[in-house]
Design a protein around this ligand. Structure first.
Ligand code: ADP
Ligand code: MG
Length: 245
């Protein structure tokens, strides 16, 4: 598999605090890559480097082998990297369609919103993430946690995304909704979309990921093939009890 994104010696300082320390990691085409590690290990910071939220202090990011300068989220979006934020960044008082097209509204030559087009496109997108949101007109405030997550994922994947970043997407969901979101992630993978996911749930990680990258105190301490590793081995790497680093 080819590397879609490559981090080379990426460090990120917040003042004197080194949140990321010399991280080199490749994200491959068509894979689900999970990031695990204790609180404060640097997982969210790494996701934000990929999302263009935090430009690295040191090191560089390559996309399809060429260096890219991710200074802001628009830079990441421009090369097909989309983020599902932890708080989902949905507007409760708007309907599903409006949320899907937030910041990307389609406007006619005369400046009118293309409501009909957007609504049918939104319905199509929700169909793709195979989720039963009642309708593209449904208000977000009336949706369940899992349905909201689906809208956020649908939005992230609707505009030609190659890579979707998810930081703990199931943290606030119940059992059934979590299962639904995991199905969506599998669906994205089968559609050829690369997913990078942060999760604390190691069973979940071993279920959906192809590879698991383990972080500890800002460093990447190991990468495991999900099929060839166990929860115990991951915990040993997360806590440092494996004594390999
Ligand atoms: N915007 C920020 N400003 C200052 N420190 C931060 C900021 N974001 C994260 N940190 C610090 O960087 C370290 C890594 O945080 P984070 O990437 O959120 O860890 P994780 O997601 O693995 O729990 C922590 O010590 C955290 O306090
Ligand atoms: Mg985090």
């Amino acid at each position: 598999m080819t590397a879609l994104i490559e981090l080379q010696g990426v460090s990120k300082f917040f003042g004197g605090l080194e949140a990321l320390s010399g991280v080199s990691l490749d994200v491959r085409e068509d894979e689900v890559l999970a990031l695990v590690g204790d609180n404060g290990a640097g997982k969210s910071t790494l996701m934000k480097v990929l999302a263009g939220v935090h430009p690295p202090t040191e090191g560089r990011v390559l996309f399809n082998g060429a260096p890219v300068d991710l200074q802001r989220p628009a830079d990441a979006r421009a090369i097909g990297i989309e983020t599902v934020y932890q708080d989902l960044a949905l507007v409760e008082t708007q309907d599903t369609t409006a949320n899907m097209f937030l910041g990307r509204e389609e406007v006619s030559a005369l400046g009118f919103l293309k409501k009909k087009e957007m609504r049918s496109r939104a319905a199509e997108i929700l169909g793709n993430v195979s989720v039963n949101v009642p309708s593209a007109r449904a208000f977000v405030r009336n949706l369940s946690g899992g349905q909201r997550q689906a809208v956020a994922i649908g939005r992230a994947t609707a505009f030609g995304a190659q890579i979707v970043l998810m930081d703990e997407p199931t943290a606030a969901l119940g059992v059934q909704e979590t299962a639904r979101v995991l199905d969506i992630i599998k669906e994205l993978r089968s559609q050829g979309i690369t997913v990078v996911i942060v999760s604390h749930n190691l069973d979940q990680v071993l279920d959906i990921a192809d590879r698991v990258a383990v972080m500890r105190r800002g460093k990447l301490v190991g990468i495991a093939d999900a099929k060839a590793t166990t929860g115990e081995q991951l915990i040993a790497m997360i806590t440092g009890l494996d004594k390999t680093t």
